[in-house]
Design a protein around this ligand. Structure first.
Ligand SMILES: Cc1cc2nc3c(=O)[nH]c(=O)nc-3n(C[C@H](O)[C@H](O)[C@H](O)COP(=O)(O)O)c2cc1C
Length: 304
């Protein structure tokens, strides 16, 4: 997740909640002028974690466009030993779309086909795509799935909305189910999976192989642990998890000498969904957002 899943954050979650199977780094925007030096590819991934066990648990996500240096970048990532590369075909951001990347590629099959061909020519590792069901509408859905199949894509993560829909309404899981009937590729379900009940419902409704969770994981970073340990969340458990999580963030970021202001800014970003469902969630959120010092912020958390 852009702005969140940097390597130190992944270390925090991996240590606290090792039940998550995989993480992904935020997407690397492949440049059109010249490929990034390898040093930059490692820095984007997180230098301190390049040599750690976490590397094999982390998907390297890239975002590209027709004239970008895709092939050169994928060769470098391959040579650096990254075993799982994911292509972002879902990003709805105006800037990304203006540059014909992310979800824009869903509506240009020739370009999509060309890019996948370039990647597959040089990379036979585990290669996945992350998509929305279309750009303006879903008319391209089936055609795009077939293009992925042709290029031996190893799994497809589907967010059940079009780009035009952004985050409106509820993600439509019908597409997750339909995809399993259209192609013979593992489908990873995504969109509006917030609770353990949603996890069970999505698996049983779609027949998907696995799930990818974004906002639900920001609201409940412990979701995978509770899933495997059969823990049923209530207000007290939720508060204890929040404390454990935010203090772990403080400790790990401090270990890497992050300045306090930076840690505070990051934590303020993280509480967007974290306090939801707590009694007085809004007041709590406002008080935390108003904290000018990390110490004040942590004091509020301590007394939850
Ligand atoms: C803060 C944030 C950052 C995101 N960054 C990325 C990203 O870097 N790559 C990507 O493929 N999707 C990204 N997404 C989209 C999610 O992966 C996901 O498709 C979408 O949020 C719907 O799933 P959810 O209901 O589980 O949040 C991001 C979403 C959020 C909320």
């Amino acid at each position: 997740m852009e702005g969140v899943t940097n390597s130190v954050y992944r270390e925090v979650v991996a240590e606290l909640y090792p039940q998550w199977d995989y993480f992904a780094c935020d997407f690397l925007r492949i440049p059109t002028t010249a490929p990034y030096p390898k040093k930059h590819l490692i820095k984007h991934f997180g230098k301190v974690h390049y040599d750690s066990d976490l590397r094999n648990k982390t998907i390297y996500q890239v975002l590209t466009s027709e004239n970008a240096k895709t092939k050169e970048t994928i060769i470098d990532l391959r040579d650096l030993g990254f075993k799982w590369i994911d292509l972002n075909l879902g990003c709805p951001s105006k800037t990304v779309v203006k540059n014909h990347g992310g979800s824009y590629l869903l509506k240009t099959p020739e370009v999509l086909n060309k890019i996948l061909g370039e990647i597959r020519e040089v990379y036979d590792g585990y290669f996945t795509v992350k998509i929305r069901v279309g750009f303006e509408d879903d008319s391209v859905f089936e055609r795009n799935l077939k293009i992925f199949e042709k290029h031996g894509v190893n799994a497809i993560t589907i967010h059940g909305r079009t780009r035009e829909e952004l985050y409106k309404g509820k993600a439509n899981w019908d597409y997750l189910k339909q995809a399993t009937e259209i192609v013979n590729i593992p489908i990873v379900g995504n969109g509006d999976i917030w609770t353990l009940n949603d996890v069970a419902a999505c698996f049983s409704y779609t027949n998907n192989t696995s799930l990818m969770i974004a906002r639900g994981a920001l609201k409940r970073p412990w979701l995978a642990t509770h899933y495997y340990q059969g823990i049923k969340e209530n207000e007290e458990i939720r508060k204890e998890e929040i404390k454990k999580y935010l203090f772990k963030i403080y400790n790990v970021y401090s270990k890497y000498n992050y300045p306090k202001e930076k840690i505070l800014r990051f934590m303020k970003g993280l509480i967007r969904y974290l306090f939801d469902d707590l009694t007085k969630a809004e007041v709590l959120k406002r008080t935390c957002l108003r904290s000018e010092k990390l110490e004040n912020f942590l004091r509020i958390i301590e007394t939850l």
